[in-house]
Ligand binder design. Structure first.
Ligand code: NAP
Length: 249
């Protein structure tokens, strides 16, 4: 088990929303939080860095597009050079480009799969050797409830999230002998910029499917991620933990 005094956590897509909440939740004086994002001159990233630092952690934000394998490899090499280890990887970065299946543009399919699924694969591959050498690691993939339920209008997004669940289970089996756990957290309908632009009617229809009758907050997801990253979750691997207000049971 790693020494808590030197925990290194990497959160992809950590500049806002769920990724930001995870960074802030996991921040303390013994932790270095690395996060990335893909927007140049991101004021969101500056704000996240400030919040994580206020919570007591050392923080490094980096402009790294996770769909680009070389950028990802450079990012993790730099982290290992600076810290010598990576304890926790949270594959959180993700986008949606919605549209009905029959009309979906190939570029929207490729873009969503390239960021959401290939991006997670590239990050896992880039960090695996370091974690294997350490004989310790926690990998947490942010999937989605729709990855198990399906959702009309989201063929690309749903395929990426279902793929992420398969990736989670396979990585869990391959990496377990080296003391690395790999789990997925599947959020439901969470209050972030990803859902902010939905039409009121769509929001109402989604809320009607949530027994708890409200949207989740990014912190609801961050709590589960923090647990899975902790020593308390050392016997949990290959699982999908749902955080959805009962939307899927
Ligand atoms: P969000 O508010 O839109 O934030 C997405 C984050 O990902 C941002 O930091 C964004 O930064 C980053 N990102 C996007 N493309 C990237 C790329 N190519 N390389 C690096 N970073 C990139 O989204 P969110 O709602 O917090 O969602 C976070 C995760 O939870 C996603 O995987 C999403 O699919 C999943 N999820 C969300 C919900 C929900 O209801 N909100 C439900 C289920 C699952 P830049 O824009 O600067 O790149």
């Amino acid at each position: 088990m790693t020494n808590d005094a030197e925990r290194v956590v990497v959160v992809t897509g950590g500049s806002r929303g769920i990724g930001r909440a995870i960074g802030v939740r996991m921040a303390d004086a013994n932790t270095t939080i690395y996060f990335n994002y893909s927007t140049k001159n991101s004021t969101d990233a500056e704000e996240t860095a400030r919040l994580v630092e206020d919570a007591g952690a050392t923080v490094r934000g980096a402009l790294v597009n996770i769909a680009l394998r070389e950028e990802v490899q450079g990012f993790f090499s730099q982290i290992v050079k600076e810290c010598g280890r990576v304890d926790v990887l949270v594959n959180n970065a993700g986008i949606a480009r919605d549209g009905l299946l029959v009309r979906m543009k190939e570029e929207d399919w490729d873009r969503v799969l390239g960021i959401n699924l290939k991006g997670a694969f590239c990050c896992i591959q880039a960090v695996a050797k370091t974690m294997m050498k350490q004989r310790f690691g926690r990998i947490i993939n942010i999937a989605s409830v729709v990855g198990v339920m399906g959702n009309a209008g989201q063929a690309n997004y749903v395929a990426s999230k279902a793929g992420m669940i398969g990736l989670t289970k396979t990585a869990a089996r391959e990496l377990a002998p080296r003391g690395i756990t790999v789990n997925a957290v599947a959020p439901g309908f969470i209050d972030t910029s990803m859902t902010a632009d939905l039409a009121e009617k769509v929001k109402e229809a989604m809320l009607a499917q949530v027994p708890l009758g409200r949207m989740g907050q990014p912190q609801d997801v961050a709590e589960v991620v923090a647990f899975l990253a902790s020593e308390k979750a050392s016997y949990i691997t290959g699982q999908v933990i749902h955080v959805n207000g009962g939307m899927y049971m």
